[in-house]
Design a binder for this molecule. Structure first.
Ligand SMILES: [Zn+2]
Length: 273
């Protein structure tokens, strides 16, 4: 059995046989004020250490879909604290080099299947970024900054975008960390759980219809709809971003994939697969 927990933003924790795989872990949740002021972004080390103390399980791998700050800021310090192997793009390589722990990274170009230490695998399917701010991809292109950290939000450019497909004990989990995809990469895919990024889904033509022409999923978990510039509440409920059209998204999923279950878990809620 795989135990899945959504960590807020596009962060996902997969626990399997005594080890943990993290996807896009972002726990620092830098404030809106710091972002608007264009400040350099610093991971919240106390929060990262607190999280690792809580899980009490070795993190074997950290998989990164793309290198915007809300997906990649916490990756170098988490890699350092856990000694996990990191899998991501060449832009992530630039970030890891700036942080001094590039030795832990395996760079992918898209389409590779890599074995995971727990016996599973991850396939880094090629993907695309969603159209978010004013219908555009925010901070496009590769990370081209070669100065020491910390960097500002705009330095965390998207890099290559992947839809990682993790397989653990025969359970397949597809992570769409941004609301867009490459049809050819997903064609004919079946997964047990599909993590589906919400922001921007309405801007991509026939997003839900086209997605479920390519993919079948037993369970769909819409995510990344929380306001990740705000801390989680004490009971770890997530403040939502406005205008996400979540009821409409759920209705569209039910229409185009009627056999699929849809679940909106709270952050850190346990989902057994
Ligand atoms: Zn992004």
């Amino acid at each position: 059995m795989v135990v899945l927990r959504w960590l807020g933003a596009a962060g996902v924790e997969l626990s399997y046989e005594g080890s943990v795989v993290l996807l896009d872990p972002y726990l620092s949740r830098v404030s809106k004020l710091a972002l608007l002021a264009g400040r350099s972004l610093k991971p919240d080390m106390a929060r990262l250490q607190g999280y690792l103390r809580e899980i009490e399980t070795p993190v074997e791998s950290i998989v990164v879909s793309h290198t915007h700050f809300d997906h990649a800021l916490d990756v170098p310090p988490l890699a350092r604290l856990t000694e996990a192997r990191v899998i991501g793009s060449s832009s992530l390589g630039t970030l890891m080099r700036a942080a001094g722990n590039q030795d832990q990274l395996t760079v992918c170009l898209g389409g590779e299947t890599l074995p995971l230490p727990s016996g599973g695998s991850v396939t880094m399917l090629k993907s695309r970024h969603g159209l978010v701010a004013l219908g555009r991809v925010p901070y496009p292109g590769e990370i081209d900054r070669h100065t020491p950290l910390p960097w500002a939000a705009g330095d965390y450019r998207e890099g290559c975008v992947f839809a990682p497909l993790v397989e653990l004990g025969g359970i397949r989990i597809l992570h769409l960390g941004s609301a867009n995809f490459e049809e050819e990469a997903l064609r004919g895919l079946h997964c047990h759980a599909l993590l589906l990024c919400v922001p921007g889904w309405q801007r991509v033509p026939r997003f839900v219809a086209r997605l479920f022409e390519m993919v079948t999923a037993e369970l769909v978990i819409p995510f990344h709809y929380d306001d990740f510039t705000a801390p989680l509440d004490i009971d770890r409920t997530a403040p939502k971003l406005p205008f996400q059209g979540i009821p409409k998204l759920v209705a569209e999923i039910r229409r185009h994939a009627p056999a699929t279950r849809v679940m909106l878990p709270r952050p850190f809620e346990v989902v057994r697969l």
